[in-house]
Design a protein around this ligand. Structure first.
Ligand code: CO
Length: 134
């Protein structure tokens, strides 16, 4: 059922500094910052040979990651995203095993224009887990 690791998402309070770390200290290909106001974040995409790292900074009032940054002022791992072929089937299988799907359980269109769902971190070993249908 589970496919590639699509991305790892990391919250930061200073997007430019985080991007510089990956670009200059690690030698990664780093995108320009992009504002995604509909998701309440500014992001930089770090392209790796086998996956991506998404650096996210809160944007605007009520950003969904503002609380995370308040609890983790130094930033930190926010979620991992795995690719699945059939997101409803994947969610049903996880729910059958006792995992909770966040929200109303319906896939939403995520930041990459594809259907996504989030699984409760307490049911995933403490890691907020995103599924993306590809
Ligand atoms: Co994500």
């Amino acid at each position: 059922m589970i496919g590639r690791l699509n991305h790892v998402a990391i919250v930061t309070g200073n997007l430019e500094a985080a991007a510089a770390l990956y670009r200059d200290a690690l030698g990664a290909a780093v995108s320009l910052p992009q504002a995604l106001p509909e998701h309440g974040v500014r992001v930089v995409f770090v392209e790796l040979p086998n996956t991506k790292v998404e650096l996210m900074e809160p944007l605007g009032e009520g950003s969904p990651i503002a609380g995370f940054l308040a609890k983790n002022p130094a930033g930190g791992l926010h979620h991992v995203c795995y690719e699945v072929g059939d997101i409803r089937a994947a969610a049903a299988q996880l729910q059958a095993s006792g995992a909770r799907v966040l929200g109303d359980g319906e896939p939403r269109i995520g930041a990459h224009g594809k259907p996504v769902l989030f699984i409760h971190p307490k049911d995933m070993g403490g890691v907020l887990t995103e599924l993306e249908e590809v």
